[in-house]
Design a protein around this ligand. Sequence first.
Ligand code: SF4
Length: 100
Amino acid sequence: MFFPSRQKKKYRGILLDTPRNNDGRCEQCGGVCCSSFTAIDISWDEYIRLEKLGAKRLQLSLFGPHKLEIDSGCEFFTEGRCCIYEERPDICRRFFCSET
Ligand code: SF4
């Protein structure tokens, strides 16, 4: 009897102190980090910027960081990459992951 493989690739990630840009990995992994969390923390300036870019899944908070919900995939991840790459939040710029 044939059972399809249920093994998923495993990744580990860290938040870097400084952003990384254009290192090519984002186009290779299919946006794992863009759908692996329920939400990401964003600043007020980022909240405003993302709202202007059409974000529909923003959470305004009076007591903690504002959020962009990304559970089941970030709304800005389209056609295999971040469609607001140059405008993406700081946390996206500093997140670094690799296959384990
Ligand atoms: S803003 Fe871009 S990099 Fe950040 S989670 Fe969404 S698609 Fe991914």
